[in-house]
Design a protein around this ligand. Sequence first.
Ligand code: TRP
Length: 330
Amino acid sequence: MKVVLSGIRPTGNLHLGNYYGAMINFLKMQEENKCYFFIADWHSLTTHPDPNKLHANVRTILSEYLACGLDPEKAILYVQSDVPEIAELYLLLNMHAYLGELEKTVSFKEKARQNPDNVNAGLLTYPVLMATDILIHHADYVPVGKDQEQHLEITRNYANRFNYKYGVDYFKLPTAYNFGKELIKIPGLDGSGKMGKSEGNCIYLIDEPKVIEKKIKKALTDNGPEGVNTPKPDYIENLFTILKVVSTPEVVAYYDNLWNAGETKWYGSLKKQLAEDIIKVTNPIRERINDIQNDDAYLHKITREGAEKARESASKTLKEVREIMGFKSF
Ligand code: TRP
């Protein structure tokens, strides 16, 4: 059985793009692999989140993960800061992380440019913490987006370096897992290629039906096709892309035919249908999010059990690493 691991920083809510992108694949992966899904609250500290909001942010993402169907009976779900072994291994790995290479990391350079007043050591060593997350459970696969691939490369470097330095074959080299064809990309509602938090073009799983209807109504359109069988502009193609994911093939064919026939004045109907079918998907999830979010006892139980399982694996690794590095107790 392969070990799959993924972390998410607790910032914001999951949107439709997250759901049909990573989440659908996570749901499949948890059936066939040993999966670790965790909330990277230590990673989120680089931007100094408000202490009054940190816990709520963790609660939100955890509830959304559970509501989407990540199953604590199948996968190991935990909060990073519940596993102190990660902090110790991070300290140890930091001794093999060099300033020059950390400074050259693309994500570091970008963040440092964006926030020149907050170039803290945690930001610099962000890739070391991420490598620790991965190596501490000997992950085989780490599903990541393009922006995180360099961090995976760095993780492999550290694993290699550690093995070489201590003459062991201890750390496994993890592979960045790209969903490839299986990855459904949900476009934005503004004609842009991708639904994304920072783009402000999202439908969130937690959005009320009224909100979804409003957002879809506002999606970019035009006056209709300018003739028979003309190509669709991107922003219209985007609406069809989402429709294909949430509606039936008959519904898609119906609107496709209207476009190809060069008909006008049906965007209102398309948007109504699209909103309705999106709501069909998000409604049960939203209801579960709200239930889970208010269920302290359940969240307590899930996080305790998750931390216990994660710590079992993490403490085994840490014990072995300590031995390899020469620590002995008196
Ligand atoms: N760096 C990731 C992000 O910004 C989050 C993350 C932290 C992560 N640790 C990880 C992802 C380990 C995969 C594996 O999105």
